[in-house]
Design a protein around this ligand. Sequence first.
Ligand SMILES: NC(=O)c1ccc[n+]([C@@H]2O[C@H](COP(=O)([O-])OP(=O)(O)OC[C@H]3O[C@@H](n4cnc5c(N)ncnc54)[C@H](O)[C@@H]3O)[C@@H](O)[C@H]2O)c1
Length: 246
Amino acid sequence: MSAGSRVAVVTGGAGGIGRAIAARLQRDGLRVALWDLDGDALAKAASALPGDAAIGVRVDVTDEASVQAALQTTLARFGALHVLVNGAGATGPVADVTDCSVDAWQRCIDVNLRSVFLCSRAAVRPMLDAGFGRVVNLASIAGKEGNPSMSAYSAAKAGVIAFTKSMGKELALTPVRVNCIAPAVIETPLLQQMTAQALAASLAKIPMRRAGTADEAANLVAWLASDACSFSSGATFDLSGGRATY
Ligand SMILES: NC(=O)c1ccc[n+]([C@@H]2O[C@H](COP(=O)([O-])OP(=O)(O)OC[C@H]3O[C@@H](n4cnc5c(N)ncnc54)[C@H](O)[C@@H]3O)[C@@H](O)[C@H]2O)c1
């Protein structure tokens, strides 16, 4: 099947990395559904993509009914689903464990981890029907190392890495591949949610001494979403300017 007849969903598609991924997948010939909670940003992001091969779908990825409705909207428009990029996320509370509210902790787990479960659960059946599937999850280096005062985010992203391993094994004998990327600091609006101190500490750990760009993330995701990614599944790919974490 050529990439031109494939359909991708990018959650967090109105965000910094999501927009770059959607644009890259569209340049690769895929039709793209941007899923996001932020209606205004979504309208701008969808209209920035040329042609009628992109739609914006407003969704709350933490809500099962909302995810199902978004899937139906996408299938009604494009007829199939081949690629899911789970990019919706948020940094969540920046607080030591003793000061972190239970509600803020749970919201962070929901937006970063429950969302990956709900969207993957919805997307795999259409992929199996289509005979091709790629799931790419946006984890984080925080999920490998644990950022201080960001325990909810770190735990959620560690959960995404483990979830990716489980799903990769479950689907290894099918045409569906499931992988995740673990970026360090990527220049997007998400960084505004971090304290200056936490951001400086994260940048200082990067051997290349710079943040990555959303386009650099999109390049890796585009490969993981393609036919070329045939013998990797359940894996975590670092995008960390040489940090080379285990
Ligand atoms: N920027 C970085 O340095 C960095 C590093 C590592 C991992 N990541 C991960 O990459 C992903 C994208 O990050 P980004 O930098 O583009 O962030 P961003 O804040 O620019 O975009 C995140 C998007 O997710 C959407 N979103 C949030 N909650 C949602 C919900 N409940 N339902 C639907 N959409 C929702 C937001 O509206 C936003 O458009 C996130 O999962 C993030 O954790 C980012």
